[in-house]
Design a protein. Structure first.
Ligand code: NAD
Length: 505
């Protein structure tokens, strides 16, 4: 290794340690400066074995800890996140490139997951059925599933890990987190604060790396559940391999979110919402608006509005510039990939009306806001996830045609309609082919108390991340039937199925 930068450590058995036997590290970059800020080890199977052994050893003691005591760790954690809020946001900007305002919003969303976890004691209760048969009471209750694993993407280095471990551990599980190797620093800081909040040794562990580590986690016999968030190809792979090895898996993939603008929409409000959705976080949100479907006469005025809005946006570097409104993408390679869609747009019959390749990027990974008009559903620009500050505009004659565009899309994360008509909003909510719907909302991303209900190629599994589905995912139910005899002489009757029918004496 030639770099002078520090190689980050893994966290196992309550200790910060070097990866075992790791021979390779990758660069963690500051997208604003284009400079390396740390190195991330490409971890090994030994690292995974050590982390899972640590989580397994801590499991029984933690699962037996009363739920109110487990939740108390979350209350302390909440206070520490509040105290360190600004530092967490600045670290996030440094390793990811999002603006300070976007970073603060992300930390806030993560904090809300902890607030949700503080309330899990009230959600985890089971059901009771007194006298479900004669002399017999029935009940269900929820138990932890075991060692849980979280594998997370680069675009929300703070929030996505927080979708997972606060719920998992409050439910009594232990956890192994594998953050994106591009942005490991926020995850490390979150674990440090959790330790300060009093989480016992082994309950949370952290490993670094890529495919080798993920493959070892998916196949490890002592792992019970896998939560994954990332691109569709890897999400599908994680789901298939995890399920084949007997794990329960929730696996969120990529997206292509459509924003439908009706002719009666409030144009100013819609333009602001569209720009924030498409260009916010430099388009690197799984709920970012990627396609505007302009219905009827609204198309030309929508494009004019977007052009003048984008011209007034402060686009630039984010680290140390709190006023910047749109920052760089994660890497030079990713910027070139997104710009490639602009390179090929004209030859496929579309028209680049706002060209982000013109910005002065210096050494940063900046690509300006871009708009491509006259996109059709046979073009790669419409079919593929772009994941950058590029909004495609598809023209449609009617709401029905806009809904058909959505039906052709293989993804199904989010979609929004902009209208003043309740009827149109209702039709859209009922028929659009996506799991998260907005009405006059640019980014219909659910907060902690609601599930993140992606459809189609945007989600693989049954129980989604967040909300009460998250609690269900991280617990398994046990049903108990109980009967007590009044005296030794009382004859035994099978409580449910005796010869006279269910429950009869
Ligand atoms: P990615 O799929 O490249 O990486 C995600 C994780 O998988 C990382 O931890 C990475 O180390 C690991 N990984 C990468 N290649 C692997 C392989 N071949 N085998 C096993 N593991 C591998 O995703 P990314 O580029 O980090 O993140 C952006 C993607 O995440 C976008 O597609 C975005 O839409 C998606 N995303 C989805 C949601 C959602 O809720 N649906 C939320 C955030 C991000």
């Amino acid at each position: 290794m030639t770099s002078q930068n520090k190689t980050v450590k893994m966290f196992v058995e309550g200790q910060w340690k070097n990866s075992r036997g790791c021979e390779e590290t990758t660069a963690v970059m500051n997208p604003s400066t284009g400079k390396e800020i740390a190195r991330c080890p490409i971890g090994t199977v030994e690292d995974v074995n050590e982390a899972v052994a640590s989580a397994s050893a801590a499991l029984e003691g933690w699962a037996e800890t009363p739920i109110v005591e487990r939740a108390r760790v979350m209350f302390a954690y909440r206070e520490l996140i509040e105290e360190n809020f600004d530092d967490l946001a600045r670290l996030l900007t440094r390793e990811h490139g999002k603006t300070h305002a976007e970073a603060k919003a992300e930390v806030q969303r993560g904090l809300e997951m902890v607030e949700f976890a503080c309330g899990i004691p009230a959600m985890i209760a089971g059901q009771t059925f007194p006298q479900i048969a004669r002399g017999v009471d029935g009940e269900t209750n929820r138990h932890p599933v075991g060692v849980c694993v979280g594998i997370t993407p680069y675009n929300f280095p703070n929030m996505v890990p927080m979708w997972m471990f606060p719920i998992a551990i409050t439910c009594g599980n232990t956890f192994v987190l594998k953050p994106s190797e591009k942005v490991p620093l926020s995850a490390i800081r979150l674990i440090e604060l959790l330790v300060d909040a009093g989480v016992p040794k082994g309950v949370v562990n952290l490993v670094h790396g890529g495919k080798t580590v993920v493959d070892a986690l998916l196949r490890h016999q002592d792992v019970a559940a896998i939560s994954f968030v990332g691109s569709t190809t890897i999400a599908k792979y994680v789901y298939e391999v995890g399920c084949a090895h007997g794990k329960r898996v929730q696996s969120a993939g990529g997206a292509k979110n459509h924003l439908i603008i009706m002719p009666d929409a409030d144009l100013d409000q819609s333009v602001k919402a569209l720009a924030a959705s498409a260009f916010g976080c430099a388009g690197q949100r799984c709920m970012a608006g990627s396609v505007a479907v302009a219905v009827g006469s609204v198309g030309d005025s929508l494009i004019d509005g977007l052009m003048s809005h984008a011209a007034s946006m402060k686009v630039g570097l984010t680290d140390g510039n709190d006023a910047t409104e749109m920052g760089p993408v994660i890497s030079g390679e990713h910027r070139d990939r997104v710009a490639g869609y602009l390179d090929s747009a004209a030859s496929s019959g579309a028209s680049v009306v706002l060209d982000g390749r013109n910005v002065d990027a210096g050494d940063s990974f900046l690509l300006g806001p871009s708009v491509v008009d006259q996109v059709t559903i046979d073009m790669p620009l419409w079919k593929e996830e772009v994941f950058g500050p590029l909004l495609s505009v598809v023209r449609a004659d009617s709401l029905e045609q806009a809904i058909e565009v959505g039906k052709a899309c293989p993804f199904g994360n989010g979609a929004s309609v902009f209208t003043q008509s309740g009827y149109v909003a209702r039709e859209f909510k009922r028929h659009f082919n996506a799991g998260m719907i907005g009405v006059n909302v640019g980014v219909p991303a659910p907060m902690a108390w609601l599930p993140f209900t992606g459809w189609n190629q945007s989600f693989f599994g049954d129980l989604h991340i967040q909300g009460t589905e998250g609690v269900q995912f991280y617990t398994r139910q046990k049903m108990t039937l109980t009967r007590w005899f009044a005296s030794k002489d009382e004859s035994h009757v099978d409580p449910v199925w005796n010869s006279d029918g269910p429950g009869k004496k």
